[in-house]
Design a protein around this ligand. Structure first.
Ligand code: FAD
Length: 459
């Protein structure tokens, strides 16, 4: 067993951990990043499957994501815009594909009015929420006690309006059934992107991609750290000195499969649902034990279908398609920069994803492609490459896109999420304010944890 000593040990080589490590190194501290997998990047994973480059995890960058945009620029990476010329497709309750342009999709005038009114109400509520402190709002407890679905259904009995409003933070973001998370969680999701209107605007939220894939961000960050990143080293035990404060950084010992790191401070840069996989010695305090049990991962299958050509463009379609009635509730043109082939990406979320995984792989593929064909036509059924990103089976992630609180958890525990425990600090997209559940939030949290350590050491 190798033993090394550093100022800070960082557990997890995702965007959060690698950002923290680079910030600390810049400030002159020594670091070691221990990563369970045999690759860096965590939920960022660009891979070549059957000859097609696919973004198996996170990929899109939106204009509000300053921290990610700065990092992308700092690393010398180029971005390109998602293809969006032509008409979008909406499948309504009649099961018919309706083509449209502009922001509003084709529904009845009444439904359109209802959606506009509730969106305005939501934008006003979101404007009152500080994404860094949603629990501080005077109505936080009340808004955290009602489910997103129940709140929407109390606003209108127009089912089509409810389904369309619900899915922006439900299937499309928190990827949980809308009865299982609160109005407050939904408002946080929207506030973290600036407004509810931003979330439903695909041209905003799914604006750009990185040429060559977003995993280059963690790969290049890791390159800067050189030999201080250790792969295949799942941390099993974290011994920490509970008698010391964060400032004195009394000491931690991280025990991984093949090495031990002694350090003054630790940063846990992993999804919070995985904290309980580490044996803390002594155990974490009561509050953390309780809090971590109220966080769970959402679940979505990201489906990639590659075709000889982007055939939908010839039909005047942008590739942007959605429907709360479809198995794949949203789908987009995801063709790579400079690639002649066309790629569609679709998403199947929460209970629908559970149902699909009860089928064989062949049946699942058939059902998903059938759903895509409702948006794009029969050609969608015959991709040359087909792949499903299933993060539910990834031992070191266990779901997608990220973790969120159950009903009542955010108001009850939210303020303690980022609080260090003695020498242990926390960093992950899942505990971010702005950029919550996104790479931007991971980078912000990495910077935050690093600055906490630097501040306490300078005091
Ligand atoms: P992670 O990436 O989860 O990194 C944590 C790391 O810790 C992992 O490498 C893990 O292996 C490691 N680890 C866990 N346990 C241990 C242990 N005990 N010891 C050592 N290492 C450990 N975001 C966007 O901004 N845009 C998108 O388009 C987008 N799409 C997404 C699509 C999918 C399918 C998924 C899954 C995510 C998507 N996201 C997107 C979210 C984004 O990818 C994540 O929010 C972000 O990458 C999380 O970074 P992180 O560093 O906080 O956590």
């Amino acid at each position: 067993m190798t033993e090394i000593t550093r100022d800070v040990v960082i557990v997890g080589a995702g965007a959060a951990g690698l950002t923290a490590a680079n910030e600390l190194r810049k400030a002159g501290l020594s670091v070691a990043v221990l990563e369970a997998r045999d690759r860096v990047g965590g939920r960022l994973w660009t891979d070549v499957i059957d000859g097609a480059m696919l973004e198996l995890g996170g990929q899109w960058v939106s204009p509000d994501q300053d921290a990610l945009i700065e990092t992308v620029a700092d690393l010398g990476l180029e971005t390109f815009s998602r293809y969006r010329e032509g008409e979008s497709v909406y499948v309504g309750p009649d099961g018919v594909a309706h083509r449209f342009t502009g922001e509003m999709f084709p529904v009845s005038a009444d439904t359109e009015r209802t959606i506009a009114e509730i969106t305005e109400r939501l934008d006003a509520m979101v404007a009152e929420i500080d994404p860094d402190r949603p629990w501080a709002h005077e109505k936080a407890a009340e808004w955290d006690a009602v489910s997103w679905d129940a709140w929407l259904r109390a606003q209108t009995d127009d089912d089509e309006a409810v389904r369309n409003l619900a899915f922006a933070t439900g299937s499309a973001m928190l990827t949980k059934p809308t009865h299982s998370f609160s109005l407050l969680a939904s408002l946080l999701m929207a506030a973290s992107a600036g407004s509810y209107s931003h979330l439903v605007d695909a041209d905003f939220i799914l604006d750009k991609r990185v040429v060559g894939g977003l995993q280059q961000v963690p790969l290049l960050l890791a390159e800067r750290l050189g030999d201080d990143v250790f792969l295949g080293q799942p941390v099993r035990t974290l011994e920490w000195d509970a008698s010391t404060s964060s400032a004195t950084g009394g000491g931690v010992t991280a025990v991984a499969d093949g090495m031990t790191v002694r350090a003054r401070h630790a940063i846990l840069a992993l999804a919070p649902v995985l904290y309980p996989r580490i044996s803390f010695v002594p155990p974490l305090p009561r509050l953390q034990h309780q809090m971590h049990q109220h966080l769970s991962m959402g679940f979505v299958i990201k489906v990639h279908a590659v075709y000889e050509t982007p055939f939908w463009r010839d039909k005047g379609l942008s590739g942007t398609a959605f429907s709360p009635y479809e198995l794949s509730h949203e789908a987009y043109d995801n063709s790579n920069h400079g690639d002649e082939r066309g790629t569609l990406v679709g998403f199947v979320s929460d209970r629908t994803a559970d149902d699909l995984f009860r089928l064989s792989a062949e049946e699942r593929k058939e059902r998903i492609l059938e759903s895509l064909s409702h948006y794009y036509g029969e050609e969608a059924k015959s991709p040359v490459v087909y792949y499903e990103s299933d993060w539910g089976t990834e031992e070191w992630t266990r779901g997608a896109y990220a973790a969120s609180f159950d009903i009542g958890g955010l108001a009850r525990y939210g303020e303690y999420l980022r609080e260090p425990v003695g020498p242990i600090h926390f960093a992950c997209s899942d505990i971010a304010g702005p950029g919550y559940q996104h790479v931007d939030g991971a980078i912000r949290m990495g910077r935050h944890a690093a600055s906490e350590i630097l501040t306490t050491r300078s005091e």
